[in-house]
Design a protein around this ligand. Structure first.
Ligand SMILES: [Zn+2]
Length: 113
């Protein structure tokens, strides 16, 4: 499980940003997690209490928004949801696809007090 490592790195990044902005406390962080990013949203939520422990963000809430993994088949051009179709093109069963969305993990919002 590498989610805790991701969150630890994120806490440091956000602490730096918040310090530069001169904000007091972070109330909430909103993360966008793509279904194809390899990060499990549920694990992020489970790891959050450990990641924020003994940091300046002990009271900060974490919201995770899941971005659907939308891909385009390289063979027939069909656009579909890769998770719903089990990573196969529903038209031609092709497995070569171009990722259109859902490949990233990003900090969408940092809400300060
Ligand atoms: Zn196809």
């Amino acid at each position: 499980m590498h989610e805790l490592g991701i969150l630890n790195a994120m806490v440091h990044t956000i602490e730096d940003v918040v310090r530069e902005e001169g904000a007091q406390e972070v109330e909430r962080i909103v993360l966008e997690v793509g279904e194809l990013s390899g990060v499990v949203p549920r694990y992020l939520e489970e790891c959050w209490p450990a990641a924020r422990y003994k940091t300046s963000m002990e009271a900060t809430e974490l919201d995770v928004c899941v971005v659907p993994g939308i891909v385009k088949c390289r063979d027939c051009g069909r656009v579909f949801n890769a998770m719903e179709c089990d990573m196969h093109c529903p038209d031609c069963s092709g497995q070569e696809m171009e990722i259109l969305s859902g490949n990233d993990l990003l900090i969408k919002e940092i809400i300060c007090m």
